[in-house]
Write a protein that binds this ligand. Structure first.
Ligand SMILES: [Zn+2]
Length: 168
């Protein structure tokens, strides 16, 4: 499967962390408590756009699937189906991963960022001001990730029990 859906705010956070969120294949190596602390701290200070995106794994291009009502993305006029073509002048493609990470370095609430968006073949410039992540969105992301921890912990427990049973 070449395409999968993920949430941009997380994927961008993930570039620099060990978190395994929203379908990322990387495993999270933190303990449940450490992870929870880090997520709560980091995500509170992280700038929120309010889009869910589909990423083409081959090319690295991003297409908007959903725009969260009341988000900076909605205010700026971004619509589902838009292709996010460039961020602050940097083409959003796989080869530019490093430059994009730099462009997202100070990804904080209050910061203004500029996207070039392609819609029906036409370019449009979109400026938006990153917002703090709403509490319910934050809670949902953390909840989903903690579920992954719970599943992993459960699997580890089962394995330990099976091992013990096998040695008896
Ligand atoms: Zn974790």
């Amino acid at each position: 499967m070449l395409r999968r859906t993920w949430v941009i705010v997380l994927a961008w956070t993930l570039l620099a962390t060990a978190w395994a969120l929203a379908g990322e294949s990387k495993k999270c190596n933190l303990s449940t408590q450490d992870c929870l602390d880090q997520m709560a701290t980091k995500m509170k200070t992280y700038g929120w756009v309010g889009v869910e995106l589909e990423r083409n794994e081959e090319t690295g291009t991003l297409t908007v699937l959903k725009v969260v009502p009341g988000s900076p993305a909605e205010t700026s006029g971004i619509q589902p189906g838009d292709l996010l073509y460039a961020l602050n002048g940097v083409r959003i493609i796989k080869d530019n991963e490093e430059a994009l990470t730099k462009a997202r370095k100070d990804w904080k609430p209050g910061q203004t960022v500029n996207y070039t968006v392609k819609r029906n073949g036409a370019d449009r410039q979109v400026a938006l001001t990153l917002a703090p992540m709403p509490a319910d969105v934050l809670a949902r992301y953390i909840g989903e990730h903690m579920l992954e921890h719970a599943t992993a912990d459960l699997a580890a427990n089962k394995e330990a029990i099976n091992k013990e049973a096998a040695t008896k």
